[in-house]
Design a protein around this ligand. Sequence first.
Ligand code: KIV
Length: 284
Amino acid sequence: MSERKKVTLPVLFDKMARGIPLTMITCYDYPMAHLVEQAGIDIVLVGDSLGMTMLGYESTLPVTMSDMLRHAQAVRRGAPNGWLIGDMPYMSYQPSDELAVLNAGRFMAEAACDGIKLEGGQEVVSRVKAIVAAGIPVMGHLGLTPQSVSSLGGFRLQGKSGRQAKKIVDDATALEEAGAMSILLELVPDQVCGLITERAKIPIISLGSGPHAHGQLLIFHDMFGLYPRFTPKMARKFGDAGKVIGDGLKQYVAEVTSRAFPEPERYFGMKEEEFAELRRLVDG
Ligand code: KIV
């Protein structure tokens, strides 16, 4: 098993400065985290998308801090060296700066995260400032922000008009000025992402927002055919783990049914005299 050096903020900024694209992925459990670590991915996001991908909810809104912490702890055990981000779930930061700092601190203290992510622009500036003042790195999240999916009118491209895009550009500036260490742009036009990236002094990460950002993010389950409801256009399937597992399960059912499984090399016997003794003991 190969060991790699811990990814730190200076490592991320150094890569950005040298024009080396940053890699980011969502991750929710120990076995996935182990693979992510082995692949050398820079930034690992324990996204509240786990509500949909792992827990089967229709949206991210029902996800709690307990859900997030349990998964973040497992991911940290599997990916000790990635830059680990805990995603602040719905209502863990919206009510007040104090609650935001307390919950952000839980990701750091209880799951050994390196930072947190929260959704929103100018309206969350005071939350970002409070969390950063507590010494916790913050990644912002603009464009399609799933916790506001109802106000946004669904999972759709954001910032299509010049006026809507200007708001996203202003939000990005506000987050950077508030001390965010990075911003994720989800599903905005590539030109908007390019413009923000050009102006930013912090890493901009694209999820479905084109190639001009400092780095790219994909959702693990979309990449590997593991989300049964749909695969968004922005996600490329890099492998079909869903098919591999599905085929394996069908074969398992067939082989148990036909008694082809288990084969003799999959189980253990005991010495005949010991089994005879067992029979004597059982039969009395
Ligand atoms: O929860 C998540 O995985 C996210 C991504 C959609 C960016 O926030």
